[in-house]
Unconditional design. Structure first.
Length: 188
């Protein structure tokens, strides 16, 4: 009898949790955007690729911007649109042979009939003598910084992704707070 009551309570809490998560005030028609990373530190003369993932109801328009102008293909920039699912487009932006002119803020915009979203990333350059404070040869392509960050290191030949840890912690705390909120509502 006690187990049946516990199972019923558990099922009701799962339903409550799902309703708490689903009832968040997010319109399913407005696109969502994700530009991985926060900033790149790239040696001058090397290329860098930026990614922008936009999910939403079709048709979706995805564009890269810098210094107030829409980035189009030329000798320095190359874009490539990849449709990765029925509702997701990825726009890749290659910056060939980075110079000081190409450093700065890059903004990706994604839009559909229901709205527009933007996200940004910073591209910084440095002379290839190395980064102050780093061991020689320790940095190949640079750093990402911020809460969805990762550090790319060539010395060990591996890539350490901190983004997974931060995203998992954020998701865990969100779920935990939703469960606590639902439990409080259920017992009050």
């Amino acid at each position: 009898m006690l187990i049946q009551g516990f199972i019923a309570l558990l099922i009701s809490e799962i339903i409550c949790l799902l309703s708490c998560v689903v009832s968040q005030d997010i319109s399913p028609n407005v696109p969502t955007i994700n530009v991985p990373g926060y900033s790149y530190l790239v040696p001058y003369g090397r290329s860098v690729m930026l990614e922008c993932h936009v999910t939403g109801t079709r048709p979706i328009k995805v564009k890269w911007w810098t210094r107030g102008r829409h980035v189009t293909d030329d000798d320095v920039f190359h874009t490539s649109l990849v449709t990765t699912s029925d509702e997701r487009d990825t726009l890749l932006l290659w910056i060939h042979s980075l110079s000081e002119k190409e450093t700065g803020t890059y903004i990706c915009s994604g839009s559909n009939a229901f709205g527009e979203v933007t996200d940004k990333i910073y591209v910084n350059g440095y002379e290839d003598e190395g980064v102050p404070g780093e061991e020689d040869g320790d940095v190949e392509i640079g750093y990402f910084t911020a809460e969805n960050s990762a550090r790319k290191s060539s010395a060990a030949g591996g890539v350490v992704y901190l983004a997974t840890i931060v995203a998992t912690l954020h998701l865990t705390t969100t779920i935990f707070s939703s469960v606590l909120s639902c439990l409080c509502n259920a017992f009050s």
